[in-house]
Design a protein. Structure first.
Length: 108
């Protein structure tokens, strides 16, 4: 598997290395992919994207895909990323995320 995600944003085409992806968020029919440098807006589904990503990515909620390598902490219902971005989720999603983080603690 290639460690890059190919993104078509309008007329632009970009290969984004997995390690640069902080997280992705569903926004209507579009996805917003966040890196430390910028945001990419494109049409896709999170399900389709998960099929292209490796096991460092996790979708605790139907609206998000998180890069586990970029999570600084999980507190109550908030995920704090290494760039200080905060993502709020419900307790059920947070339980799934904590379980995934515990399962993969030795991998990362």
């Amino acid at each position: 598997m290639e460690n890059k995600l190919y993104v078509k944003e309008g007329r632009n085409r970009t290969n984004i290395p997995f390690e640069e992806i902080l997280y992705m968020e569903k926004y209507g029919a579009r996805v917003i992919l966040y890196t430390a440098e910028r945001e990419y807006h494109f049409y896709s589904t999170l399900h389709e994207l998960m099929g292209k990503l490796d096991d460092r990515f996790f979708s605790p909620h139907e609206s998000y895909i998180l890069n586990l390598n970029h999570i600084r902490s999980i507190e109550n219902c908030t995920v704090l990323l290494i760039d200080r971005q905060c993502i709020r989720m419900g307790e059920k999603c947070m339980r799934r995320l904590r379980k995934k983080m515990d399962e993969n603690a030795c991998k990362y």
